[in-house]
Design a protein around this ligand. Structure first.
Ligand SMILES: [Zn+2]
Length: 182
């Protein structure tokens, strides 16, 4: 995500993205409680993440109204693309906020990560998984997976892929095809 967009999030939602304000290099304390990687996803999801951030802030404001203690403070730990979709990892969220995040993560598969178009967004055939609109795929000279190979990962697949990744040290740059081979 470009600097202008990152700065917008830091300025507009300083409490949610407080962990990003600590800067690099990260200390052990930062690692324990902070966001480590910044926004590692495309600018096409700016509006999606911005809307999510606004809704989280609004919910916290309502929840915390008239509370002098036990206030909710949602803190983003990591915002990134993984297996083609948005991942928004947080600390301090309640069920409602987790629901908002689920919605945003699901919608990311319908929004071009590069330009935010929703026009015919499909999984591009490249070395890592990315969901792009028709124009961005054409500009980059990328095909989509053939209909018979089409892997639109459902939540169950994603969960098992994440488990495989954690357990066997695969990286997010492994393609779905690689993962399906074993
Ligand atoms: Zn696009």
């Amino acid at each position: 995500m470009n600097d202008k967009h990152e700065k917008h999030f830091l300025d507009e939602f300083p409490d949610i993205y407080v962990a990003m304000r600590t800067g690099e290099p990260f200390t052990e304390k930062d690692r324990a409680e902070g966001m480590l990687f910044g926004f590692t996803c495309g600018d096409g999801w700016f509006t999606l993440i911005n809307t999510l951030s606004r809704l989280i802030r609004g919910h916290m404001k309502n929840y915390n109204r008239d509370k002098s203690e036990d206030k909710m403070q949602v803190k983003a730990l990591q915002v990134k693309e993984k297996f083609g979709g948005l991942r928004f990892y947080v600390d301090g969220a309640d069920e409602y906020v987790h629901g908002l995040i689920d919605l945003a993560e699901s919608m990311s598969y319908e929004i071009c990560e590069n330009c935010s178009s929703t026009d015919n967004v499909k999984q591009a055939k490249k070395s890592w998984i990315q969901y792009l609109c028709e124009t961005c795929r054409e500009n980059a000279g990328l095909d989509t997976w053939d209909e018979k190979d089409e892997h639109i990962p459902n939540q169950e697949t994603l969960d098992s892929m994440e488990k495989t990744e954690r357990g066997e040290g695969l990286t997010e740059y492994d393609t779905l095809a690689d993962l399906n081979d074993d």
